[in-house]
Design a protein around this ligand. Sequence first.
Ligand code: E4P
Length: 215
Amino acid sequence: MQLFIDTADISEIEAAKAMGVLDGVTTNPSLVAKTGKKMRAVLEEICALVPGPVSAEVLATDYEAMLDEARELATIAPNIVVKVPLIEAGIRAVVTLSNEGIKTNVTLCFSPLQALLAAKAGATYISPFVGRLDDIGHDGMGLVEQIVEMYDAYELDTEVLVASVRSPTHVVEALRLRAHVATIPFGVIAKLIHHPLTDSGLARFLKDAESIPKD
Ligand code: E4P
């Protein structure tokens, strides 16, 4: 499973990249707004840092304007993946962009039927938002399971990108369900590495090592 970071914060991307296990980045308008920088400037900076896929979201909600914006975003770098919301105009736009060879990430997916339409449109990725479903008492990872099963059964090529990840448990579940990608906020990436038994075990080894006779 590929690990993407879900942020537009350059220092977080640099820190995740330094671990050597970062496969890509997803951004959204809310994350870019937090940086206080212009959309294109942030995306250029991210693409210069990360060679893997970098998702950049369109702001338009009508078909023609979405296409214009998507084509413009795609000029930023070859690794840009255009993020398109799961609305009717978005699905139409994905068909056109996919015919033009522009990669797409269909975002704000909350049902298996939406995921079916995205795959039929030729989306590169589908992003089920698991945390936001959990937040309203639904089963976010249950949706991922339904999508993975459907795509396998019908041999649909779209990759399942688990989004709106809130905890390490979401990542474990994404692995168990064989999702292709999980996009994870920096705070959760930091938690993936820690285990109290690793910390106490290391402390014990280092303490015991103090009694090893020196040369
Ligand atoms: C995915 O690409 C989105 O940017 C993201 O995962 C949304 O997560 P949130 O629900 O924590 O805002």
